[in-house]
Design a protein around this ligand. Structure first.
Ligand SMILES: C[S@@+](CC[C@H](N)C(=O)[O-])C[C@H]1O[C@@H](n2cnc3c(N)ncnc32)[C@H](O)[C@@H]1O
Length: 262
């Protein structure tokens, strides 16, 4: 069996960059009367898989990825960028930088996915981040955040998802009811091998949608809206997200919170 490549398994188990890029484009079209977003900024981009899918959508789209860790960025350069044509590569710019830095380039969409902003555990810090996003967006810009929650996240638990040749484990190790701080791990187990524990770890604060909406307003966004997942006949999420006013009581959910600049 070939060497274990943690980013390969992360991508298989956690990411859907092709569906995500189409979702970003659709949300912009829906909220901006049919107009197309051109520049996507992928904050916390890691191996910048979303940037690579974004530039494939249309030949006038460009993408900027920002991450402070050179390791996943190098992985993206070696494994995802190499899959693109020269012309597509030229429409991607990667910055090894902190998303809080001044003078970062502007975009039509800033996407902060896989809950990365949950790493900003203090309210003033998250407010500063949202203010920086506000200034990094063009006037018609959108900040697109994913967010998870629900009562199932308010206690430790571990969930296994089985694939043909490996299992992915999403392990919520702790939950602190007074602070909403929680520790998460990703473990993997390839068939016939022992479990590889704590391959990725996340020390987060679980922010509620209501808190995020308040913070976006304070940061200057004129409005924020929610895209909520539909349900299939078994009552499970169907992967189809639409604009909603209400949401729905459920054990756990992933939703998108969209900050509309103006
Ligand atoms: C959970 S991973 C997200 C990966 C990717 N966005 C995805 O959708 O799967 C979080 C990434 O954020 C990066 N990161 C954390 N704090 C950051 C900061 N202040 N500025 C830039 N990148 C940061 C880490 O280096 C890491 O690669």
């Amino acid at each position: 069996m070939k060497d274990f490549d943690k980013y390969e398994y992360y991508q298989k188990a956690v990411q859907s960059p092709d569906a995500d890029s189409e979702f970003m484009a659709r949300v912009y079209r829906e909220l901006r009367e049919g107009r197309e977003a051109k520049t996507l900024v992928e904050d916390f981009c890691a191996a910048f898989a979303l940037c690579c899918e974004w530039v494939k959508l249309d030949d006038d789209k460009d993408a900027i990825g920002i991450d402070l860790d050179p390791e996943p960025v190098a992985y993206g350069r070696d494994h995802y960028l190499t899959e693109l044509s020269e012309e597509q590569k030229n429409r991607i710019k990667i910055l090894e930088a902190n998303v809080m830095e001044k003078d970062l380039p502007k975009g039509d969409i800033i996407a902060a996915l896989n809950f990365s902003y949950f790493g900003f555990k203090e309210r003033p810090l998250l407010l500063d981040y949202f203010k920086s996003c506000y200034h990094r967006l063009h006037d018609d810009g959108l900040l697109i955040l994913d967010c998870f929650g629900g009562p199932a996240c308010m206690e430790p638990n571990e969930h296994e998802t089985e694939y043909d040749d490996f299992s992915y484990f999403w392990d919520q190790d702790t939950y602190h009811p007074l602070s909403n701080h929680a520790q998460f791990y990703i473990h993997f187990k390839r068939k016939g091998e022992k479990k590889r524990k704590k391959v990725f770890s996340y020390d987060w604060r679980l922010w509620s949608i209501a808190e995020l909406k308040d913070l976006l307003q304070e940061a200057g966004f004129s409005k924020s809206v929610i895209y909520w997942e539909g349900t299939d006949e078994d009552g499970d999420g169907d992967g189809n997200y639409t604009l909603t006013e209400d949401g729905e009581q459920c054990e756990s959910y992933v939703a998108y919170v969209i900050g509309i600049k103006s």
